[in-house]
Design a protein around this ligand. Structure first.
Ligand SMILES: Nc1ncnc2c1ncn2[C@@H]1O[C@H](COP(=O)(O)OP(=O)(O)OP(=O)(O)O)[C@@H](O)[C@H]1O
Length: 295
């Protein structure tokens, strides 16, 4: 039995009356492809609605091409809905004045850390970069903030003076998470953030995400094609299929009561299914440094 077969995360307390961090209402995204007579539209999202509450993770699972990445990008304001609306903190996520208002409050962790870490820069510069964009932190304070952040993600702060290629894949992903966390965002989109990692490192990074969320209280969208990983870090789960959310609800429900045939297929494809019988044990070592995660 893998550690991922344990039960879901403890529900983070949601204060009554607090609004969602991000809401999507009937969001449609149609991409245009081709030109002239060959022009056509691909409907990546076909009327998606969801809310993510502070301190909660919504897991999104679905097959390739079902619209997961588009959903993440639309919540981050990187893709404008063709119709429908995305609200962050109650206000539209795209449009005039939003870039300034949202700076540093929305972050993303991608599948490959190399996509967000500049290979020519020392680690500390890459981690500090989002702080420079918010323009609020002096250089020295930035270095200190980076050191604190590296410790928070379980890395030796001495790694700040290395280049990304001098780190292991797991360490690089921790650096990417540190970079995403440094502005204390309200929402982080994890898009296949553990997919490229070795299985043992995957579990460490999933534990890290859970611990960081418990400590910092950010809301998260956790996208993966791997339902075991999604269940492990999420409070709620949404299943995408052909651009729609075909099933959603609290994560516990996806241990034995999946309704949509596609969800049942996903669960059926998992090697072991164990119902949650106890609170998940954390595997985090006290120091948070993962010895087996060295390059
Ligand atoms: N920029 C784009 N232009 C045109 N079509 C796009 C674009 N981005 C995505 N698509 C299409 O939209 C649909 C949804 O893609 P999306 O990447 O959101 O799905 P996904 O579930 O994240 O897939 P995967 O798991 O393979 O990453 C697919 O049919 C894809 O080909």
């Amino acid at each position: 039995m893998s550690v991922l077969d344990h039960g879901p995360v403890d529900p983070a307390p949601v204060e009554p009356g607090r609004p969602p961090v991000v809401s999507a209402r009937d969001v449609v995204v149609a991409y245009r492809t081709g030109h002239g007579r060959r022009a056509e539209q691909v409907h990546a999202l076909k009327g998606v609605s969801l809310d993510i509450m502070p301190g909660q993770t919504l897991g999104v699972v679905g097959e390739s091409g079902s619209g997961k990445t588009t959903l993440g990008r639309v919540l981050l304001g990187l893709v404008r809905p063709t119709s429908g609306q995305v609200l962050f903190d109650g206000l539209p996520v795209t449009g005039r004045g939003t870039a300034r208002r949202l700076r540093g409050r929305l972050q993303v962790v991608l599948q490959n850390p190399d996509w967000s870490l500049n290979p020519t820069l020392h680690v500390w510069r890459s981690v500090a970069e989002p702080l420079a964009v918010t323009g609020r932190t002096a250089r020295r304070a930035r270095r200190e903030a980076v050191a604190d952040m590296l410790v928070l993600v379980g890395l030796d702060p001495a790694l700040a003076d290395r280049h990304p290629h001098q780190l292991s894949g797991g360490q690089r992903q921790r650096v990417a998470i540190a970079r995403a966390m440094i502005t204390r965002p309200d929402l982080i989109v994890f898009d296949e953030a553990v997919t490229a990692l070795d299985v043992s490192v995957q579990t460490q990074v999933l534990n890290l995400i859970r611990d960081l969320q418990a400590e910092r209280g950010f809301a998260a969208l956790f996208i993966s094609h791997d339902i075991a990983a999604v269940r492990y870090v999420s409070h709620g789960l949404a299943v995408t299929y052909h651009g729609q959310i075909v099933e959603s609800g609290p994560v516990e429900r996806f241990y034995d009561r999946a309704e949509h045939p596609y969800t049942r297929r996903l669960i059926g494809a998992m090697p072991t299914i164990t119902k949650p019988t106890s609170t998940m044990q954390t595997t985090r070592p006290v120091s948070r440094r993962e010895k087996d995660d060295l390059p």
